[in-house]
Design a protein around this ligand. Structure first.
Ligand code: SF4
Length: 302
């Protein structure tokens, strides 16, 4: 059987003009929400309007529940800086262990200029700290730490975790302090304003706002608010900071929400609350003094 001859264009009649296609409606890209020029200021203004007095109320509850912490220096600022580098991404107890090993490996002769509680043999700790405390045996010999072979220093601080990153960071910080100041002391930062001192510290590689703020708040009582993972979690749940806030923005928001003399009690109170009640998993909301105004409990809490 013959196959049917395929119809070609030439065998068709004249082509009927197709109706003109409708011009596709121009689809607008979804409007991007503009980031405010000063996100911290914008947020704090909004919070004051929508949930007036929230920060002050949270502080009152924390003070009533845990007591008001009173600032006292525990370490000289260089020790505080190194200890804070050691706590990055690890538990405080591991950082303590690494710092003790640093002192044992590179001991310094006790000096009259040490501003630590070196003469007190009792266990030293500070409010909100998650370690076991330490027996204050003075500061390490910072020049010896700076000059130590890198592999050796990594082994000494290994219990602090991430030693291959932290050892060069510690040495670079010590070198930078000595080259700029002639020795390893950071006491001069106490004569600066809080933000000048923070800028000085954060200009060192690997030192962010949190580390700098810890050093300055704990060594000098300068009005800065270190925001660690506990504080960030608690603040997000309550609604003190908005979702997806960056760590740097959170610092600035707290600086705007708190008076200078409230930063230390707020830092210690929120961190203590995160450790004792508002755990990362299974927060104990039923015994939490902040529950009546917490957005984790009630999405519309005032
Ligand atoms: S109510 Fe619950 S989520 Fe809110 S702060 Fe208290 S423990 Fe945390």
């Amino acid at each position: 059987m013959e196959e049917p001859t395929p119809t070609t264009a030439t065998t068709r009649g004249p082509a009927t003009p197709r109706p003109a296609r409708k011009a596709r409606a121009a689809t607008k890209p979804p409007a991007r929400r503009k980031r405010p020029a000063d996100p911290a200021k914008a947020w704090v203004t909004k919070l004051a309007r929508t949930r007036p007095g929230l920060m002050a109320w949270v502080m009152e509850q924390l003070d009533a529940h845990y007591g008001t912490p009173v600032w006292a220096r525990v370490h000289d600022p260089t020790s505080e800086l190194v200890l804070t580098i050691l706590t990055q991404n690890t538990a405080d107890v591991n950082a303590e262990h690494a710092f003790d090993r640093l002192r044992a490996a590179y001991p310094a002769a006790p000096s009259d200029t040490d501003v630590t509680a070196a003469t007190d043999p009792s266990i030293v700790t500070r409010p909100g700290w998650g370690g076991k405390g330490w027996q204050d045996a003075g500061t390490p010999d910072w020049q010896a730490v700076e000059d130590a072979p890198l592999d050796e220093l990594i082994e000494v601080i290994r219990p602090g975790g991430l030693a291959p990153q932290k050892a060069p960071r510690i040495q670079a910080s010590l070198r930078r302090i000595r080259e700029e100041r002639g020795d390893h002391s950071l006491e001069f930062l106490g004569d600066m304003t809080a933000l000048e001192a923070r800028d000085w510290l954060t200009s060192m590689p690997g030192i962010g706002r949190k580390t700098a703020s810890v050093v300055l708040l704990f060594s000098f009582g300068l009005p800065l608010m270190p925001v660690d993972r506990h504080i960030e979690r608690v603040a997000l749940r309550i609604g003190l900071i908005p979702p997806k806030t960056t760590a740097d923005d959170a610092h600035e928001m707290f600086l705007r929400m708190l008076e200078p003399d409230e930063m230390y009690p707020a830092h210690v109170g929120l961190i203590t609350h995160g450790r004792r009640i508002c755990h990362a998993r299974n927060p104990e909301c039923d015994r939490c003094p902040i529950a009546p105004r917490c957005r984790y409990v009630d999405r519309k809490a005032a």
